[in-house]
Design a protein around this ligand. Structure first.
Ligand code: ZN
Length: 479
């Protein structure tokens, strides 16, 4: 065992050496059967002697029974057992906890002890670079191992008791609290808490995960805080918005390996609220944020065309909910949510809404447009087609994708009359939007001139490329 070497090296005073010599002897005897069998069954010889003594003492002492499951560790006083643990990696301690209930109880004692606490509950969340490796060590990895250790140590407790115990262990770490850190933007505390929880709850069924969510809600008053931010003016509680965003992302959403888990936790966050609030909360958690202070940028979608980076978080979240893994969401729910999102906090530029649709992928984009077609919102739909072409032109997507999307949407209209009306509306929309752009070039302020002109330039090119694709499609079919 590698930890024995470490103990030998580090304890140099003579007294300690004396102890170590004895301990090594003990250790040698102790390790050999473990290596041979690998099942960690307590030594038979000791068992037999206990049975014999029970003849004389009929009330078999529970303590001595549990001592027998300690194996050779029962020779060690508790302090020395703790000293040994100091030299074991956390992963190995968590392996050790599975040996027996008694060992596991001893480990629980160790975790709650001052030495254990100091060693296991690392708190340097604010040192830059700690998330990466330093001497082969990362604080994130440490908390992942600690999650496994506490999962194993509390295996026999009911979920509520488990959570209470674990909360007690972690309760002194202020950076694990929603509102506890003074500099949440540069703190890795909540991320560590997130991987810890991920490890702890891995493999738990939905009912238990519901309990975890409810427990966290009680602990952090998350629902009350969410209520505050979704019902007040966007940006009026900026600090709280930031706290909620970081807590939800770092603790509840970021660390899952399976999409079904991510969908489950996002659903827990959103489902209790009406659609309007869901959209607002989605924007707080995944919308664009300032790189300087981390605050949610509420104007981003309203004033100017935005970039894909600002929309990617929202698009990924919407895709997750649309996924078949998200059982509690119908396609209609998701489409309504997208619709609702495009007016948070006020109506977005259509270009930004369409950019989001494109990032959401073919299925969501088509379903969104088809629902407009079914509801007879032809003019709105025609404008969306124009902006599909514009975004394809600006963001360098293949224009034939936009044309094919229009073709598909066309088929949603039942009659030739309706289809022709729609195509006519698309051409009208191109004409209107280009005229509007021209108007703003002519009447624009000096500092806006360039931007307006570039926009017009892209629109004209978008129209040309869009129609080129249609010509290719129709002409090559006829020849
Ligand atoms: Zn912190």
């Amino acid at each position: 065992m590698s930890w024995m070497k470490t103990t030998k090296k580090k304890l140099s005073p003579p007294k300690a050496n004396l102890f170590m010599d004895k301990f090594m002897e003990q250790g040698k005897r102790m390790t050999s059967p473990l290596k041979a069998s690998y099942t960690l069954i307590p030594n038979q010889r000791y068992r037999r002697s206990y049975r014999r003594s029970s003849k004389f003492n009929k009330t078999l002492d529970a303590d001595s029974l549990s001592l027998s499951t300690l194996g050779n560790f029962r020779m060690l006083p508790l302090e020395l057992f703790h000293m040994v643990l100091e030299y074991l990696p956390v992963k190995d301690i968590s392996m050790l906890s599975m040996v027996s209930k008694t060992i596991s109880n001893r480990l629980i004692n160790y975790i709650s002890s001052r030495t254990g606490n100091r060693r296991l509950l690392l708190r340097d969340f604010h040192t830059p670079g700690l998330l990466g490796y330093r001497n082969g060590f990362s604080i994130l990895e440490h908390y992942r191992s600690l999650g496994l250790l506490l999962k194993r140590c509390t295996l026999l407790l009911p979920t509520k008791e488990r959570l209470k115990y674990i909360h007690n262990v972690l309760s002194e770490i202020s950076c694990f609290k929603l509102n506890g850190c003074l500099d949440p933007l540069h703190c890795s505390g909540l991320q560590c808490y997130g991987v810890f929880l991920q490890m702890l709850t891995a493999g738990w069924d939905e009912l238990e995960c519901h309990r975890v969510y409810n427990f966290l809600c009680d602990l952090t008053s998350l629902p009350r805080r969410v209520q505050t931010v979704v019902s007040s003016k966007p940006g009026s509680a900026r600090k709280l918005e930031l706290r909620i965003r970081i807590f939800c992302r770092s603790v509840l959403l970021n660390h899952w390996i399976h999409r079904s888990d991510s969908a489950f936790w996002l659903t827990r966050l959103l489902k209790p609220w009406p659609m309007v609030n869901q959209a607002r909360l989605l924007y707080i958690i995944f919308g664009p944020a300032s790189t300087l202070d981390g605050h949610v940028v509420w104007q981003k979608m309203i004033d100017n065309p935005t970039d894909e980076t600002s929309l990617k978080g929202l698009a990924d979240a919407i895709k997750l909910l649309y996924d078949s893994e998200a059982k509690e969401w119908t396609a209609d729910d998701v489409i309504s949510l997208v619709d609702e999102l495009s007016v948070v906090p006020r109506e977005w530029l259509l270009e930004n809404s369409v950019r989001l649709l494109i990032l959401c992928g073919n299925n969501i984009c088509f379903t969104f447009m088809a629902s407009k077609a079914v509801n007879g919102r032809v003019v709105e739909l025609a404008r969306i087609i124009v902006f599909l072409a514009l975004v394809c032109e600006k963001d360098l997507y293949c224009m034939d994708w936009a044309v094919k999307m229009m073709q598909k949407v066309c088929k949603v209209f039942g009659t030739t009359g309706e289809r022709n009306n729609f195509l006519q509306s698309v051409e009208n929309a191109f004409a209107h939007i280009i005229m509007e752009a021209l108007q703003s070039v002519i009447s624009g302020e000096h500092d806006e001139e360039d931007r307006n002109f570039v926009n017009l330039f892209h629109l004209v090119n978008a129209q040309a490329n869009f129609h080129k694709e249609i010509l290719y499609l129709t002409m090559s079919n006829r020849m």
